[in-house]
Design a protein around this ligand. Sequence first.
Ligand code: TYM
Length: 328
Amino acid sequence: MKKVLYSATKPTGILTLGNYLGAIKNWLPLQDEYSCYFCVANLHAHTVELSASYVYDRTLQQLALFLACGLDPKKSVIYVQSQVKEHSELMWLLNCNTMMGEANRMTQYKDKVAKGVKSLSTALYTYPVLMAADILLYNSNVVPVGEDQVQHVELARDIANRFNHRFGETFVVPKAMVGKVGARIKGLLDPTTKMGKSDDDPNNVIFLTDSDEEITKKIKRAVTDSLNNIAYDEQNQPGVSNLLSIISACENVPIEEVVKSLNGQGYGALKKRATEAVISVVKPIREKFEYYMNNKDELLNIALLGAKKAQKVAIETINKAKSAMGLI
Ligand code: TYM
């Protein structure tokens, strides 16, 4: 029996080069090795205030990008979270097994509170428990994620262990899997924070739907430094280091080799290389994305088939968990 692999992205924006290099690209070869589930986690999108049409459009776009990136519905279960209602149901059961202290420690919520953001929803506070439900529903062994999500997978482990201890062996305890290269791609204008799909400034981010011209313009504007030295040094040269990571991940070449091959050249050459590397990755994805967006019926059919397959397993798990908890 193959081990189970689970991962998801939330449709709060268009997927970025960071999502691809940090997450989706690492998933592709794993489709042969594991029994895989890939989910567009649209219930997670409403943890922040977004309109219905925004979430609907981003969900379809994300699904199309999954397929365009090479996730294959013949090999993997590819589905939309809201089409499998057991996610929300399991979340309640897990809420009963999550400590306030644990929820308080989750950085996304903590960061927003620290920044003084007003009117936070309780969903933003408890969404890591929904994420635990996503993972635990499918008996997942491994969860490939970028570094920012490792804390949430740890929480899923802790909840699973607590539940199993209290109510008897019910859930498989999952493990996070973090890729080495491209695990954390940073913004182009602010290379100290991650390249995020909900960024206010589109010039900080390369979207997987960007045209060649947009990519070229964005990389031209990317922040470097005044040292004029191509070296990987995140502390003192975060912008240059980020471009080197991007080249390395796009070209599948170790960073040291990229640095060596650019030896003695200036930042112009570094940016030209980065632009070519990014376009070679994004262009074929964008073209396939456009195909699916022009064939929405095909896209919705793939989602429905995926949801049916996912729900079969989800129902088994929820029944097991309810009966373990003494719920009729
Ligand atoms: P989300 O949508 O923010 O990100 C999706 C995946 O992409 C990774 N990632 C990055 N990796 C490298 N560099 C970046 N700049 C970058 N930006 C994002 C993230 O680490 C993540 O792996 N809560 C999750 C979605 C989710 C999920 C799940 C994940 C819902 N349920 C169950 C795994 C298992 C989220 O917000 O990811």
